[in-house]
Ligand binder design. Sequence first.
Ligand SMILES: *Cc1c(COP(=O)(O)O)cnc(C)c1O
Length: 471
Amino acid sequence: MDAEEFRKHAHTMVDWMADYIDRVEDYPVRAQTAPGDIAGRLPSEAPENGEAMDEIFADFKSIVVPGITHWQHPSFFAYFPANSSPPSILAEMLTASLGAQCMLWQTSPAATEMETLMMEWLRRMTGLPEGLHGVIQDSASGAILCALLTAREKATGWTSNAEGMAASVSVVAYTSEQAHSATEKGAKIAGYGKANVRLIETDENFAMRPEALRAAIEADRADGRIPTCVVASMGTTGVGAVDPLRPIGEICRDHDVFLHVDAAWGGSALILPEERGMADGVELADSLVFNPHKWLMTNFDCSAHYVKDPDALIRTLSILPEFLKSREQGQIIDYRDWSVPLGRRFRALKLWFVIRSHGVEGLRKILRRHIALAREAEGWIAETADFEIVAARSLALFNFRYRPDSVDDEAELDRLNETLLHRLNDDGSTYFTQNRVRGVYAIRWAIGQTNTERRHVEAAWRIIQDTARDL
Ligand SMILES: *Cc1c(COP(=O)(O)O)cnc(C)c1O
């Protein structure tokens, strides 16, 4: 394809993209396809000879789009948002055109230098402490793995990378029973073993109990294990629980345990000064991650990972074969030493576009709208006799269930709400995820798509009530 042909197809596709953004509400939120539907419409063999782009694009529209769940639909209330916005999409187009691999400063100085600056912009926007150094990771899971690896290296006197884990006694990680599975996954990969992940008990607000953490650390130490890493949450996935960072940080400091804060979703809300109470004590953390690719209008993937001691991270992850040596070493940052993969996309560009185009105040307005809508929806549900709030709102997330007077058997209520959820999602006009809150089946309502307005939330609440009362 030459440049002229590219130009022609690109214009056609940009027109499609603009229409898509404009009309995304016309699609069902969750793909309405059965397993194998899409695969059955694709040829099993790769074509021997090249095909026309018009045909490829036509197939994209007729085969792929029906199999897409529309995360940018303003009635998407499932999981957490993976929101985007037009400035971010434009930057991704440019990033794809440049096609740069930004593993070293030398392999694209602009990408490295802009990444350092964007992480500093974000640090100031979120009020995170000075002295934190940022790097963009592919995911919060990747950042948690980096934290577990750095903690393991430090706790074993920098020997586990060189000698493997067999030589050392067990390293132990701690997180709350409400925390995201990324800690368990990271601990398995990093050689802690699932048996050495302690899920610490939580209080009535689903937050980690610091006394329980201290007791677990002391018990492990008494048994000859090495308490190594605590992963505290600022906004858990299920209910949005916030662990108390100050007492947890003090325990970590007293016991020389690495503290990582998983703020994957909640961290974006730190751009709102009124939400910064949840960061009290964050200066005691060794690292923190939050995902602009969740709730900051920036396309997946973009995770902001902050570390207090970059040398410890680099010492854990760096490798230096001959072909990666460059003469600028020592004067510049080579971000390949800061993450698990070697290759890196130019992710800072979309942040630069997003922050400049929306402005910090523009971003705050969107988050404030989402939080206000969640507060309102929670209020409607709390006031409705045959519904109840199962876990109170945290930022823009809460859990609820249908609870008609006629049913008081818990198992029956679980079944009823499961049926309700499936009907809602099959209908295609909204999309929610299920949750278990202390054993109770709940419907989880997360608000955060860039364009979600009051009318979408109102319409969803009407559909929920109608569907429930029809069961
Ligand atoms: C989404 C989420 C993660 C995982 O994020 P990825 O970037 O997909 O790895 C981890 N922790 C919490 C609390 C999350 O909400």
